[in-house]
Design a protein around this ligand. Sequence first.
Ligand code: WT7
Length: 653
Amino acid sequence: MSHNPIFPVPSQALTRTRMNSSQYAESYAQSIANPEEFWAAQARELLSWRAPFQNTLDWNFHTATIKWFEGGKLNVSENCIDRHLELRGDKVALIWEGNEPGDTKSLTYRELHRAVCETTTLLRSLGVKKGDRVAIYLPMILEAAVCMLACTRIGAIHTVVFAGFSAEALRDRINDCSCSILITANEGLRGPKTVPLKTTADQAVSECPTVRHVLVVKRTETPCPMQDDRDVWYHESLNSIAGSDNSAAEPMDSEDPLFILYTSGSTGKPKGVLHTTAGYLLYATHTFRYVFDLQEDDVHFCTADIGWITGHSYVLYGPLANGATSLMFESIPTYPDAGRYWDVVERHKATIVYTAPTAIRALAKEGDHFVTRYSRSSVRLLGTVGEPINPDAWLWYHSVVGEGRCPIVDTWWQTETGGVMISPLPGATPTKPGSATRPLVGVQPMIVDEQGQELFGNDVTGRLCIRFPWPGMMRSVYGDHERFRQTYFSTFPGLYFTGDGCRRDEDGYYWITGRVDDVLNVAGHRLGTAEVESAIVRSGAVAEAAVVGVPHDVKGQGIAAFCVLHAEVLPDAGTKMKILATVREVISPIATPDHVWFVAGLPKTRSGKIMRRILRKIGEGEYGAVGDVSTLADPSVVADIVSLVQAARLSKD
Ligand code: WT7
């Protein structure tokens, strides 16, 4: 009954592969039959330990307790750098492509080691020690990678905040985990724009009582304000510690926290996803190797920013732990024009390209000539992540970018999972455009209905859960373990609930259908509806707001905001501008609504709950499909909203 084309594993992929289809089947079966044995063997093979672990796994999904490899000691920076020095000291670890085409640098493993050791000494001289939290608010520059690794060398917990986030967002993250140091740059460059990072950081830190020092990387020559007793230039302090060495790597316990990364949930403020040392590192290392079928001469081009989990796992930790060469890209896909990715690919001879469906759609729109102008002959594998990829975008990526010869790995995972969970393996899995295909070894997905009953067999649709722990899974919400339990383990007791809807087709392939909670995915960025709504209300003009996702041809999902204004406020362009500006300021430009619709009232149940289902249908333009409105406190609001939205759409608002 399949209407989906199937793309077989290309024979060229088979000649280089680490895992073919029968090896996958065998190893999957083994990993499920004996998960602990399987992961213990991986941990011994892929990581270097200062002291061996004794207890492979201790878990309870009811209390949200997950502990892997207890008793073991190791250090992440040693695994990512030191252990490669003997065999790969002169191999390039990181290639950097700056904002301007051709502005490029690289670091060999030996050079990276030196840089990380110096920065470790520097951070220690500023008082950073094991367990301290360090916020990193940097553009995609080599210093970002070096600082993250230096934190891991000390055992300090980094929290990287995407450099596009606002002062308020930065402040809240710093305060939530009480960071003692913030590392930023005077200024960032993003295509034609400059980003005043230090000014934004100053605004944030003025309300962060725990921050003792702001370490400032000089990215450009533009001056920036420096506060005498608090702010330090990175390059100057490196000079001042020259000759001293305090860079010994701290042996960490397997379950010591490694980093915190904030992500949006369906309610309230972003949560600090906590990952720990051994499990995360093993999972990033293992998945990078298998999903991308790693070869010694690979040049891995993952376009994600280091401020997201994809940047953590597949720009930094996964590639470096494997001794691979990873490319860091500072600019944007359309600067100076829509050919930039392929220009980078040609000049650096990238062998793997890993990007997001939203970027693929945006570039496909610009025309094939931006791609075909450059040679992609070095590329052997393509990957996508972040949201479901529509088959049209998949086919364009496959035929135009990949010349029809490169397999595509559509990788499903989450900030919470630490690494890829469901994905084809290039040498093992025939692909279907739009499907993330099959679980990786050691991953036990399960589809349940709304009551939590397992849906067995194929050709079923429901909610995606995971029934057994994997090493890379998050361990807690920083400072709020109960929220961790509540968010992931209480909807379906005994299971980890992903928040995604999912279909398993007639061949057992998984198709992620998108979030089933109040989380939006806008251009691959995760936003909570509640988060955007409260930002809108902060504008002062709006009494009440409801936000839903609407289909958007490039971003996948856009944001529609239904706003009830305060009595004296006019529903005009000025008010709309004010709302948009507030959202940008409170969260980030990423969260800017695509539509702002001023409505007289929101559809609510008699108990006062907003019926988003109805707003979603209206947002999708399915005005006739709003369904039963009889349970609403005031059913007439629906017709009013429909006519208002129709009129607004006609006037292209
Ligand atoms: C959500 C997680 C993992 C790094 C990037 C996003 C969606 C992610 C896919 C995919 C369909 C996908 C899910 C997931 N998602 N990858 N290949 N196919 N949906 O991480 O911000 O934590 O978002 O992104 O809805 O739950 P994130």
